[in-house]
Design a protein around this ligand. Structure first.
Ligand code: 48H
Length: 258
């Protein structure tokens, strides 16, 4: 029966992908701009990257543009990243204006083309800690976590985890609860500040760093962890934050190899 073949090939193909992703070098939690950009920069260095996204759609806050007007703004220094993903832009008063839908689609396609394994509809709900270092994440179907069902999750392991979960900094918050103290001035998650574009855009790059052995943070999650302001619908900082976290992770993986 054709129905049997369809079912078989869907399960067989998806399961093979999933089994092949149980162990990786980098797990990225969150497929917004910072997570997708970081994933691409890592994967083009032939690093095995698994990106887990809670929702079905990739792109995070890009889709909403500014108050649902489907445009976002970037600083002109981001041109090389826009070119890398072939995202079109128009220039107005030294700012690049880009289409939200095109950006979400092209960042996602760019990550896939560079070899990132993306799994959607999966929520990272806990972490694995070994010898005082992050060793992986604990995941379940979002349908299960949101449905409130009592179904045990499973674990995926990696050398490094990147928290790119945006405003709630979900993975960093979980780690903070488990270990008591992070590499932040207060040892805690400070929570994001109110809107102030210029310092927020600088901070989101500065804050992209390792905050616990094996745990890196990028994007809005980084500003939430360090108590820096938010910036509204300007996304250059997100791109640069993703790129910086990728560079630090590449360095860390190199050190581990030596
Ligand atoms: C798996 C998860 C989990 C989880 C969340 O919100 P994002 O777009 O994050 P960034 O930091 O890449 O970009 C921030 C930007 O979109 C933004 O919100 C800006 C610029 N705001 C400024 C302002 O002033 O408001 O993406 C995070 C992604 C989302 O797709 C979530 O669904 C996903 O992470 N996610 N995925 N497991 N536990 N939690």
């Amino acid at each position: 029966m054709l129905e049997d073949k369809i079912s078989y090939h869907i399960i067989h193909s998806a399961l093979n992908d999933f089994l092949g992703s149980l162990v990786s070098e980098v797990i990225i939690a969150g497929g917004g701009p910072s997570g997708l950009v970081a994933a691409s920069f890592l994967a083009e260095k032939k690093i095995k990257v698994v990106l887990l996204e809670k929702k079905f759609s990739l792109g995070g806050g890009i889709w909403g543009g500014g108050m649902m007007f489907p445009r976002i703004v970037l600083e002109k220094e981001t041109k090389y990243i826009l070119d890398k993903f072939r995202i079109k832009f128009i220039v107005e008063e030294d700012l690049f204006i880009i289409d939200a839908i095109e950006t979400a689609a092209k960042l996602t396609a760019g990550a896939i083309d560079r070899g990132v394994k993306i799994f959607n509809g999966i929520t990272v709900e806990d972490v694995v800690i070994r010898k005082e270092s992050l060793a992986g994440v604990v995941v379940n179907w979002t349908a299960v976590t949101q449905g409130g069902f009592h179904i045990d999750p499973i674990a995926l392991s990696s050398k490094v985890v990147l928290d790119a979960t945006g405003h709630p900094a979900e993975i960093s918050s979980i780690v903070a609860k488990k270990v008591g103290s992070l590499k932040t001035p207060s040892g805690k998650i400070a929570g994001e500040g109110s809107m102030w574009v210029e310092p927020a855009e600088t901070a989101v790059v500065k804050n992209a760093k390792e905050i616990f052995p094996g745990l890196y943070v990028a994007g809005m999650a980084a500003n939430a962890v360090f108590g820096s302001p938010r910036m509204g619908p300007i996304f250059g900082g997100m791109f640069f934050s993703g790129e910086k976290s990728a560079e630090l992770i590449i360095e860390k993986l190199r050190e581990k190899q030596e």
